[in-house]
Design a protein around this ligand. Sequence first.
Ligand code: MIC
Ligand code: SF4
Length: 641
Amino acid sequence: MGQNVTRKILADHLVSGELAPGSEIGVRVDQTLTQDATGTMAYLQFEAMGIPRVRTKLSVSYIDHNMLQTGFENADDHRFLQSVAAKYGIYFSRPGNGICHQVHLERFSTPGDILLGSDSHTPTSGGAAMLAIGAGGLDVAVAMGGGPLNVMMPRVVGVHLKGELQPWVVAKDIILEVLRRLTVKGGVGKIIEYFGEGVASLSVPARGTITNMGAELGATTSVFPSDERTREYFRAQKREEMWRPISADADADYDEVVEIDLDKLGPMVACPQNPDNVATIEEVEGTKLAQVCVGSCTNSSYHDLTVTAAVLKGKKVRPGLSMTVTPGSRQVYAMIAHSGALADLIESGARILESACGPCIGMGQSPPSDSVSLRTFNRNFPGRSGTPNDRVYLSSPEVAAVSALAGEIADPRKWGTPPVVETPSEFIIDDEFIIPPPASGEGVEVDRGPNIKPLPLAQPLAQTIKAPVLIKLGDNISTDDILPAGSKVLPLRSNIPAISQYVYHYKDPEFAAKAKEAGASIIVGASNYGQGSSREHAALAPMYLGVKAVFAKTYARLHHTNLVNFGILPLVLDDGPDYDRINAGDVLELPDVRDTIRGGQVTVRNTTQGYEFTARHNLSERQIEVLLEGGLLNYVKAHTA
Ligand code: MIC
Ligand code: SF4
């Protein structure tokens, strides 16, 4: 039987296990990336492993999230990261150079290689046929040390793109359609692979929009084949020598197939407050807007910004509406400046931001109270914009641009024929701001400002856990709920004692105080617990506050792994009375859990209400050892020694 792209790349990198869905595999990692908000922890963890130099083919450290320098913290972190990069052999992408995923796609993506990144949108490079996977910082640190990535072998979903997109309908609409069909939990335990005649009509950045937002499906990653369009992109990036073809065999099969008829697709919009709450443009047309934002790692390519500029050219953004535009990289910024598109944007009244994550993560540009913001981003979780009662809609740049002129969500198909945007055959290449590491790191001093606090370590799983349930939650709790981002909290990413004060801050402002007082505690979630980001702080900070176990019906992959890595026991509750009966405040006891955990289920006593039930888990044998030994860092140290 022929192989699909996913299995070919995995087979090429397999170091342990078998490619059978549901069993744990280990794969060699070629490249890693970190960004500043997760990078400080990842490098502190790498340092703690005592390895002198990274052992990957390529590791890159980006600065793109913590770019507002409202105090010394972020600037100090940047210095720390730059010095660590020089010491350990890592390329350093300076602040202003762009969003990690956009820059990585442009300058480093390599078809057929495996990339592990401490950011959930690492799959963007899947648009260039990499198997690019998001992970917590500690998993990335292990990979930098030469360790494999361990994951449950996913099922491979083939998305068959048939036909041709209609005018004004673009890549963003394809991924929104996939989200509408599969939902934010539909990709858990799966890799999404695109194939079919519709693939060739999509450029690499368009493919990157689709693989980027595959993160919102909860998928392990998403991938496209590498074809002539890919080659064209590598040629334009002046690195054609890095290109190689890779495609599924003609008789390849998939564990599941989803068919999308591109001809039938219209513009789509994700409504508040989950990326799978997708509507057709007709359903939301006319919704009044206070803000429109174009940018983020999903939609900030040369093409995206040029289309936006072409729609706005000679017109003005609607009075009373604020529009921001963020180029994804310095390359994109320079190119729209040279082409004149930047002038069109400025003249239309759009506010141009520096190349960074910016409004996507609440780093400025929070919308007004009780208003609607339309963004070309990938996430619209409640409060993520920095405004507590925000209502964020997600769309393509095409929809965003016409809506900025209309002052309300508008259907671009009513605005004539779409502008023709030529992508140059050669891009502006200037890698001066990506600093290569010196040949040796000896003598490089790591710059540690006062914001860099020591790393807290996990504890081995206790013999018996007895602790109160501090909070009981519903479905689809995101890591933005668990540990918010935004301009106030993000600068504390390298200071766990300080950031832990914000755990569940908007759900229960007393959470941190209650957890400290209880000493040990438990969290109860429901379905798809921990969706969204890769931020290991959403496990590390609760661990610091004494959270010992989480009970949920199902978990998002990244957060489940992060809980294990930091010694918090993730248990599975049946979808029924066990979840319903537990109340916040109940004291649960897990007698001899250290011994029973290997049996696949544990006994739980609700000592407040006086009943007993069993909870399952879906931990691999290795993960059980990690928990018994007090988290991944302790485990790796013990096993490498
Ligand atoms: C996000 O989009 O939520 C982030 C901020 O990029 C996170 C990483 C982080 O929390 O630092 C992600 O996607 O993993
Ligand atoms: Fe940055 Fe937003 Fe992309 Fe996360 S989703 S990497 S915050 S641009």
